[in-house]
Design a protein around this ligand. Structure first.
Ligand code: GDP
Ligand code: IMO
Ligand code: MG
Length: 429
């Protein structure tokens, strides 16, 4: 199966980075197709921990060409910082390629992100403050700056001037900040041009040619289904298309070329930032799951909100992404619970609802209807075959398959690259 999309099925941090890394040896190209350095992917190789934000997690695999697709927004300062960090740890980043059509996060959009959040007060979204929303807004508003603009200084200046015309009014008159200087920004962006140039490609052409040659391409999502701009819990979402369809637009490939769509899901649920979360746990219960799972954000360090597995969300993710496989991560974290609640439906104002409610108001009212599955106490971190899992852990996975309607192909039992049970090969290799 040469073209595989990997997406998050919940609110992010499902372990997509680890899943991508595990497939590394079977893959030729890894294309990040959405988001930017709001992502935080942790990959643990031989006990050494790497935290990736803007760079595709596939960059850690030998022999893989990592690509930043046109659907990504690129903070140039972060790009080079991350590349240097990896190089200093002995990793080869020389194969990285970047789409000429990818948009840039100019420094003023980091500022816009933060002042907008502050202005929203109690209604704030809890963004990562990385300038993601304002940069995608500029793209849609047709005042964005693209990677290719770095190679035409007069066009770049014109575009920066155009973008700042409006923003400076806002910054000065509404947000009480100083105006941003056009030349300063232009010069800062231009200072990266020579270093970026050798990496820039027509990534759509590169990826399609690779597929023509029978190579294996993995499309790596940042964020997740419930944070998707169209299909997530709007407005408490990120500003990009994090679902499978986003891989086609964000990488420049047609849907007919895709062979499989892998959804990554935790065996429970977490969320960072604001917004509805029906199975959320509070107080001691929430703290316990957070401690057990080490649920603190990779990007902002914020404690993640924690809750039980939500079957309605998983069915919804299966539908909007057309999932062919599920990777269930962090099953090991559930070891030691007497019984594990799994949400099978919602109660919305007294009515049992099996599918994702159609409106945001109904979703805000949704209360989980739980089924209680028996737990297990055996340490499962060394298990590598499904049959060797405790019976109740096997039943837990089987129930998730039934509820979501998607086969579970890989089960994570620890953070390390090797800590996984493979039930079905994901790339067909
Ligand atoms: P991503 O953003 O989807 O790549 O996920 P993150 O890296 O933000 O968060 C996932 C966290 O879970 C990281 O700390 C991983 O090291 C860790 N992790 C991934 N899979 C497993 C697993 O199967 N078991 C355990 N215990 N940790 C895991
Ligand atoms: P990975 O790829 C979890 C959340 C933020 C906030 C909302 C909007 O590691 O799964 P943004 O800065 O994107 O405008 O913030 O989205 N968010 C994430 N939550 N994992 C992520 O990425 C996230 N990227 C953004 O917390 O609620
Ligand atoms: Mg993450």
């Amino acid at each position: 199966m040469p073209a595989v999309i990997v997406v998050g099925t919940q609110w992010g941090d499902e372990g997509k980075g680890k899943a991508t890394d595990q497939l590394g040896s079977e893959v030729d190209l890894v294309v990040k197709f959405n988001g930017g350095n709001n992502a935080g992917h942790t990959v643990v190789i031989d006990g050494e921990k790497y935290a990736l934000h803007l760079l595709p997690a596939g960059i850690l695999s030998e022999g893989v060409t990592p690509i930043i697709g046109n659907g990504v927004v690129v903070d140039l300062e972060v790009l080079f910082q991350e590349m240097e960090d990896l190089e200093s740890r002995g990793r080869d980043v020389s194969h990285l390629r970047i789409s000429s059509n990818a948009h840039i996060i100019p420094p003023y959009n980091r500022l816009m992100d933060r002042v907008t959040e502050k202005f929203l007060g109690k209604r704030q979204l809890g963004t990562t403050g990385r300038g993601i929303g304002p940069s995608y807004a500029d793209k849609m508003n047709r005042i964005g700056i693209r990677i290719q603009d770095l190679f035409d200084p007069s066009i770049l200046r014109q575009k920066v001037e155009g973008a700042l015309a409006n923003k400076n009014h806002l910054l000065v008159k509404v947000f009480n900040k100083r105006a941003v200087d056009v030349d300063e920004v232009t010069n800062e962006l231009l200072s990266y041009a020579d270093r970026v140039r050798p990496m820039v490609v027509d990534s759509s052409l590169l990826v399609n040619e690779a597929l023509d040659e029978g190579k294996t391409v993995l499309f790596e999502a940042g964020q997740a289904t419930m944070l998707d701009i169209d299909h997530g819990t709007y407005p408490f979402v990120t500003s990009s298309s994090a679902t499978a369809g986003g891989a086609c637009t964000g990488a420049g490939v047609g849907p007919t070329r895709i062979d499989s769509v892998v959804g990554v899901s935790k065996a429970y649920t977490t969320r960072v930032g604001e917004g509805p979360f029906p199975t959320e746990l509070f107080g001691d219960e929430g703290d316990e799951l957070r401690e057990r799972g080490g649920e603190f954000g990779v990007t902002t360090g914020r404690p993640r909100r924690t809750g039980w597995f939500d079957g309605v969300v998983s069915r919804y993710a299966a539908r909007v992404n057309g999932l062919t496989d599920l990777v269930i991560t962090k099953l090991d974290v559930l070891t030691g619970y007497d019984q594990i609640p799994v949400c099978v439906a919602y109660d919305v104002d007294g009515e049992r609802v099996e599918e994702m409610p159609m409106t945001q108001s109904d979703f805000h009212h949704a209360k989980p209807i739980y089924e209680y599955l028996p737990g297990w106490t055996e340490d499962i971190t060394q298990v590598r075959k499904f049959e060797d899992l405790p019976e109740n852990a096997q039943s837990y996975i089987r129930r998730i398959e039934q509820i979501s309607g998607v086969r579970v192909s890989v089960i994570g039992v620890g953070p390390g690259r090797e800590a996984a049970i493979v039930c079905h090969e994901l790339t067909g290799k």
